[in-house]
Design a protein around this ligand. Structure first.
Ligand SMILES: O=C(O)[C@@H](CO)OP(=O)(O)O
Ligand SMILES: [Mg+2]
Length: 400
């Protein structure tokens, strides 16, 4: 165990061209860790607060760094408790969840460096599971991530039958390529959204057709099952004044939304549906999970925001059967681990996730392996996405 001697914070670019916070943590024995905060576009109302990077950095330098210097980098809980104490609020609105998560992740990497272990090993321990997560890959998308594209935010390939993480990663890339070629055959131009997904100006109904064809085609080629799923980002579709989900010209009442999603799951055998409803509608989440939870993952992202209190509430009413885990939604690795643990104890599957604004940071690949998470959602193509996917391949290959 060695003590933290210094922490450096700076602004670096994220994949949208915005500034984000990067942290370097150095220990007395020379252990070094560097990590950068990601950033969401379709952020949940109950997420920890991201401050403008310059302000977050100034506040963290003043309040957090002096408390952290001298602590043991390897004692993650102590580091994260010090971050919380330095902040003093419930939602990291003082030092910013962006500074907090960058420091929390960089401390973990410095501690791994001190003992010469890969990050997943340091975080997961010697007796972590042998499993690798199934990558959910964003193939077609719109919503808050691309203008003039689908209303549903993400259509995700789910290579559930892949024999290895590497085959799964390549299958998702092949589905992305197949969807691009199907769109080209239909004469539809497709730019890319924030996460590298194709962002054609088509209806959701057409996107379902393209996804079904692309996943079938690639499944046939590779010889294992590839299903698909959605992130509906329900809170973005929901208009509280109208009490309705708005899809362009069309609207659906909350009860119609439940029927619509259940119908889609039936028609397309969807493996996964994230945020089918608004982030406050625990009851309809529960109604839907009761109906389809035996064959589909109903995942809470904006619903749970990686927060154990919100997850507890969801568990009590049976609101879902899986949770999206985004460390920057809650601000520290310890709290992200707590959410995974609570989920696992209650039979909820964890999906470790990127944000739409990302950097080349690969921490979430290690987090997924360390926690034995059954799924990871981290895009399909694009450098900041492939950074994580390639890291997963290297971890599986024992090359990290
Ligand atoms: O809604 C989501 O799940 C994420 C990542 O795909 O998007 P954002 O980072 O914009 O919240
Ligand atoms: Mg989401």
């Amino acid at each position: 165990m060695t003590r933290i001697t210094s922490i450096a914070l700076r602004r670096v670019l994220d994949s949208r061209g915005n500034a984000t916070v990067e942290a370097d943590v150095l220990t007395e024995s020379g252990g070094f860790g560097r990590a950068a905060a990601p950033s969401g576009a379709s952020t949940g109302e109950y997420e920890a607060v991201e401050r403008p990077p310059s302000e977050a950095i100034a506040a963290a330098r003043e309040h957090a760094v002096p408390r952290l210097e001298g602590l043991y980098a390897g004692d993650q809980r102590e580091v994260d408790a010090a971050l919380r104490a330095a902040d003093g609020t419930e939602d990291f609105s003082a030092i910013g969840a962006n500074s907090a998560v960058a420091i929390s992740m960089a401390a973990a990497k410095a501690a791994a460096d001190v003992i010469g272990a890969p990050l997943y090993q340091h975080l997961g321990g010697a007796f972590r599971g042998e499993n690798f997560p199934v990558p959910l890959g964003n193939v077609i998308g719109g919503g808050e991530h691309a203008a003039d594209a689908t209303d549903i935010q993400e259509f995700l390939a789910a290579p559930v039958g892949a024999p290895s993480v590497s085959e799964a990663v390549f299958a998702n890339a092949a589905v992305h390529a197949a969807a691009a070629s199907i769109l080209a055959d239909r004469g539809v131009p497709a730019a890319k959204g924030d996460e590298g997904a194709l962002a054609p100006s088509i209806s959701d109904a057409e996107a379902f057709e393209v996804m079904a064809e692309a996943t079938d085609r690639v499944a046939e080629e590779v010889g294992f099952s590839i299903r698909f799923g959605l992130d509906m980002a329900g809170a973005e579709l929901y208009d509280a004044d109208a009490d309705a989900y708005v899809y362009g010209e069309e609207t659906r009442s909350p009860d119609e939304q439940v029927e619509y999603v259940a119908g889609l799951i039936e028609e397309y055998d969807l493996a996964y549906v994230e945020d089918p409803l608004d982030e406050d509608d625990y009851d309809r989440f529960a109604t839907l999970t009761e109906r389809v939870g035996d064959r589909t993952l109903i995942c809470g992202d904006d619903l749970f925001v990686t927060n154990v209190d919100r997850l507890e509430e969801g568990i009590d009413v049976g609101a879902a059967n899986s949770i999206l885990i985004k460390p920057n939604q809650i601000g520290t690795l310890s709290q992200a681990f707590d959410a995974v643990e609570l989920a696992t104890r209650n039979g909820y599957d964890s999906v470790i996730s990127h944000r739409s604004g990302e950097t080349e940071d690969t921490t979430i690949a290690h987090l997924a392996v360390a926690t034995d998470a059954p799924y990871i959602k981290t895009g399909t193509v694009g450098g900041e996405r492939t950074a994580k996917l390639n890291e997963l391949i290297r971890i599986a290959d024992g090359a990290v």
